[in-house]
Design a protein around this ligand. Structure first.
Ligand code: SAM
Ligand code: SF4
Ligand code: SF4
Length: 374
């Protein structure tokens, strides 16, 4: 047996911790908008469709924790496509306009195209099509891009942490080749899943030498690269502040190679700060959850694989929506319970992270990114 210095964290236990949403006595029809205690509307729903993944990215599912003994959720605990669709309709009636499928690796969920087709039929309260997107590691994208597009997916975001093959293999930790991800990206672009975004998590000392090469690779290709600060999500990635490379430094390095200028956000609540190349060949974005909190605009809610609702990426507890969905309650009752959960929301972890007491209180209790979705 190999000795390990990693504290034993019972991740399953974390997933079990949940609260029951309350159904109010007096029910009201959804008005198309709902605000939390800080006046933030509910616009964006992220749905995790599986907690499994074929990668073991060092910052997300480190091998030492997500090993052969790790217990993933059994199929019976996952929300069915019908349950997800029903929940999505209830959220849309409260003003959700954007749905992102995530995981784990969402393309591992069997018949994911079927779910995309079901969700693509839903219209927003103003009668427009939903902005329906998916975040993937692209390992199966070359095979699935066309069928996802045909099923009604609008766009796709691909995670890619290096363009250098050896660095990329080290980051995904399963020896997956960068060429296969690039094939997935090219097939998705050809299928019309545009604009395609590439997300690169930057870990200082691990892949920060890849910032300029990744920017250079996609410059002029129509792909928008977004550089994400390494975050203290979950309890297993051994996050340390000195491994965070501030976005300001990312911008400085790219600007030195290819001159940049800031451009305005495309919509209120956008997580990325946008920059364009001065020579007009495209743009990049930076997501600075650690150095520049954007909780003030956060309009996102997350639905986990087994139907728990999370109000923040750094939450320690969820609300058991699945119990309501399976409990024989009417749509109206369930919708009112969802509204109540959002109306009571106070979350703003990134604004409070610099307080050591807040950090410590959550440190080993935060839910994992692979369970809740990014
Ligand atoms: N497997 C899919 C993928 O990688 O795109 C979807 C799920 S993954 C959890 C969603 C996003 O979260 C990815 O872009 C990933 O890079 C990001 N992510 C995971 N752990 C992170 C961390 N500690 N800090 C910042 N981003 C993280
Ligand atoms: Fe899998 Fe995505 Fe996490 Fe990487 S970031 S381990 S691809 S879920
Ligand atoms: Fe939203 Fe929580 Fe992130 Fe703040 S820390 S932006 S509330 S998810």
């Amino acid at each position: 047996m190999t000795a390990s210095v990693i504290p034993i964290v019972d991740l399953r236990d974390h997933r079990r911790r949940s609260m029951m949403p309350t159904i109010p006595v007096v029910l009201a029809a959804p008005s198309g908008q709902v605000a939390d205690t800080r006046g933030r509307p509910l616009h964006d729903l992220r749905i995790s469709v599986t907690d499994r993944c074929n990668f073991r990215c060092v910052y997300c599912m480190p091998k030492e924790v997500f090993d052969k003994d790790y217990t993933f959720l059994p199929h019976s605990e996952l929300l069915s496509f019908e349950e997800i669709e029903r929940a999505a309709r209830l959220f849309v009636a409260h003003g959700v306009e954007k749905i992102r499928l995530t995981g784990g690796e969402p393309l591992l969920r069997k018949n994911i195209e079927k779910l995309v087709e079901m969700l693509a039929r839903i219209e927003t309260v103003s009668g427009k099509p939903l902005d329906l997107t998916l975040t993937t590691n692209a390992s199966l994208l070359a095979r699935k891009a066309r069928s996802l597009r045909d099923a009604g997916l609008s766009r796709v975001s691909v995670s890619l942490d290096a363009i250098d093959d050896a660095t990329f293999r080290r980051m995904n930790d399963v020896d997956f080749a960068v060429r296969d991800v690039l094939d997935g990206i090219e097939t998705a672009q050809a299928a019309g899943l545009a604009p395609l975004k590439v997300n690169m998590v930057v870990k200082r000392g691990t892949n920060d030498a890849e910032i300029v090469p990744v920017a250079a690779h996609f410059r002029g290709s129509g792909v928008i690269v977004r550089f994400i600060e390494f975050m203290d999500v979950g309890a297993s990635n051994r996050w340390q502040m000195d491994e965070v490379l501030p976005s300001a430094e990312v911008v400085r390095r790219i600007d030195e190679a290819f001159a940049l200028e800031a451009i305005p956000a495309s919509y209120s609540g956008e997580t990325a700060e946008r920059w364009r190349y001065r020579d007009g060949v495209g743009e990049i974005g930076v997501i600075s959850s650690v150095t520049h909190a954007f909780c003030g605009d956060c309009s996102r809610i997350r639905l986990s694989t087994e139907g728990r609702l999370y109000l923040c990426l750094f939450a320690t507890e969820g609300y058991d929506l699945r119990a309501l969905l399976r409990g024989g309650h009417s749509d109206l009752a369930t919708s009112n319970a969802i509204a109540g959960v959002w109306q009571a929301r106070t979350d703003r972890y990134s604004e409070l992270r610099s307080n050591p007491a807040v950090r410590q209180a959550r440190d080993t209790r935060k839910i994992e990114m692979s369970y809740i979705g990014g």
